[in-house]
Write a protein that binds this ligand. Structure first.
Ligand code: SF4
Length: 233
């Protein structure tokens, strides 16, 4: 087993993603920051596929923050009822739109700290909006990013998403933070899946701490959980 230093591991993993996943983007459909913030709020604990079914009629009915701010929570609920936690999300969407209209002239702010003032917008959502819609050097940590980073060995004993974020941003160049979020999410969604990572078809085995240690020692056992923090926003 090769013992890699942290910078060596990051360099190798980033290099692999750059070669094999040069384009990595959100799977949510959106046309502007308002649509992205709505889609990201809806996507907490829900699949992007489901959100992409909900949002077209939603945006026809509420095309901007002003239209959404003027809506009753019950009417918002009706359009998102097939999503997880529709009650809470309807309240968050209403509160978010009202604050956008009253405090920000209906325009979605672009910086992480200000975004977090909006109802329903936690650090993860704020980082997604800042990086995806505004091209800011931010790295959003969701359950996939948290788990995959721990398994590969990019992070060490990070107890929560904020610790994961802090450890990752130390070694990932600013210019690659936004795409690194998508690399790790997509890898976690389709290859390094939570219950049973597909190590046999994973190109990162050579640099993966989990594979280099546990998987080879106990090939028939499932992976230990990398720790699923509650990451809903
Ligand atoms: S080798 Fe296995 S544990 Fe490591 S990143 Fe790939 S799928 Fe995940």
């Amino acid at each position: 087993m090769s013992r890699l230093s942290k910078p060596e591991r990051f360099k190798a993993v980033i290099g692999w993603f750059e070669q094999y996943m040069p384009i990595a983007e959100t799977e949510l459909h959106y046309d502007n920051p308002y649509e992205l913030i709505v889609a990201v709020i809806l996507s907490a604990q829900c699949t992007d596929k489901r959100v992409n079914i909900i949002t077209p009629p939603f945006f026809r009915r509420f095309p901007d923050a002003a239209a959404l701010a003027a809506a009753e929570v019950e009417d918002i609920f009706e359009l998102i009822r097939s999503c997880s936690y529709p009650n809470n999300k309807a309240k968050h969407l209403s509160g978010m739109a009202r604050m956008l209209v009253h405090d920000f002239g209906g325009v979605v702010p672009g910086d992480v700290e200000t975004l977090q003032r909006l109802p329903g917008v936690g650090r993860k959502t704020a980082n997604v909006i800042a990086s995806v819609a505004f091209d800011k050097p931010a790295l959003a940590v969701d359950t996939h990013v948290h788990r995959v980073s721990a398994r590969i060995g990019l992070t060490y004993r990070a107890k929560n998403p904020l610790e994961t974020e802090r450890q990752l941003v130390k070694y990932i160049p600013e210019s690659k933070l936004a795409i690194a979020h998508h690399w790790l999410i997509l890898h976690g969604r389709y290859v390094c899946i939570a219950r049973k990572p597909k190590c046999d078809e994973c190109g990162l085995r050579e640099w993966c701490r989990y594979y280099q240690t546990k998987a080879q020692d106990a090939p028939r056992k499932g992976p230990a959980s990398a720790g699923q923090a509650a990451m809903t926003q």
